[in-house]
Design a protein around this ligand. Structure first.
Ligand SMILES: Nc1ncnc2c1ncn2[C@@H]1O[C@H](COP(=O)(O)OP(=O)(O)OP(=O)(O)O)[C@@H](O)[C@H]1O
Length: 269
């Protein structure tokens, strides 16, 4: 068996995210069935698939908002559900979970900004409280991030004074301020008016191209997925049925379900 086909024998330094035979159930509903996949450091991987197939569940497991019912998840060399103690794997405690969680940022469909804080404070709050940065350091970083997302002039605005697209760009800046190694994107444009989508996608594209952050992205924006992803995984009924480079998957998929899904999505667009 080559090392590619057996995730558990590959050196961990090659892998930023590893799901190894993960099972996730909600009651009798088995959402993920022995799911295994890996994402390399710096890769941009997109998950596509029908509604309800378990894509968001994958991201929520990585954020430790859900727990696995079987199998293991690793971020870099660290397990989410377990930690190493005296050479043995034991169940993770809260401190360990916080440490792993800190490596991961997430941007949601709903921007979830703090409504009572101005844009600047929305971005500096967590770096000051969680990373222990000084206010000056956090504000300097926030200013450069706001420039990156094209919102330098909104630094003193409140979220309610911004468009949805601008709020989402603040949410992206806020996630980046925590210096994540992994950024999870969950349908980040689906709550936006169509004319605001391009601005948000352009920002994400720039971040993907100019940083070494590892991305795991769930989206229905097929053109974006095709342009930005290193790999696209087609997900159906709790399993990856196809995992390929975007040009291959979008033009010549191997699996009939992928073909049907792409037709359905592109017909709707
Ligand atoms: N907290 C929960 N309790 C019970 N069932 C849940 C919960 N979260 C998700 N599910 C179920 O798990 C399945 C997968 O949901 P998930 O949100 O991961 O799918 P998805 O592929 O992201 O779908 P969509 O594209 O519609 O967001 C669905 O059947 C859903 O009803």
């Amino acid at each position: 068996m080559d090392s590619q086909s057996n995730p558990s024998t590959r050196p961990v330094s090659d892998v930023m995210i590893r799901f190894d035979r993960v099972v996730k159930k909600f009651g009798d509903n088995v959402v993920l069935r022995d799911l295994s996949f890996e994402v390399e450091p710096g890769e941009f991987v997109t998950l596509i698939g029908p509604s309800g197939s378990g894509k968001t569940t994958i991201l929520r497991l990585l954020m430790t908002l859900e727990r696995v019912n079987g199998g293991t998840i690793q971020v870099g060399e660290e397990y989410l559900s377990h930690m190493e103690k005296n050479g043995k794997l034991v169940p993770a405690d809260e401190k360990h979970l916080r440490k792993v969680r800190r490596r991961i940022g997430m941007v949601f469909q709903q921007f979830n900004l703090f409504p009572n804080m101005k844009v600047l404070q929305n971005i500096t709050e967590a770096p000051i409280r969680v990373l222990g940065q000084s206010r000056d350091e956090a504000e300097e970083k926030a200013r450069s991030l706001l420039e990156m997302v094209g919102l330098s002039d909104k630094i003193d605005a409140h979220p309610s004074q911004l468009s949805g697209g601008q709020q989402q760009r603040v949410a992206i800046a806020r996630a980046l301020a925590m210096e994540p190694e992994v950024l999870l994107l969950d349908e980040v444009t689906s709550a936006l008016d169509p004319e605001l989508v391009a601005g948000v996608l352009a920002v994400l594209r720039e971040i993907a191209e100019t940083t070494d952050i590892t991305f795991l992205c769930v989206t229905h924006e097929m053109q974006f997925a095709r342009d930005v992803s290193d790999r696209v995984m087609m997900f159906d009924r709790g399993q990856i049925i196809e995992d390929a480079k975007p040009d291959k998957l979008f033009t010549d998929p191997d699996h009939e379900r992928t073909r049907e899904f792409l037709h359905a999505v592109l017909d709707r667009a």
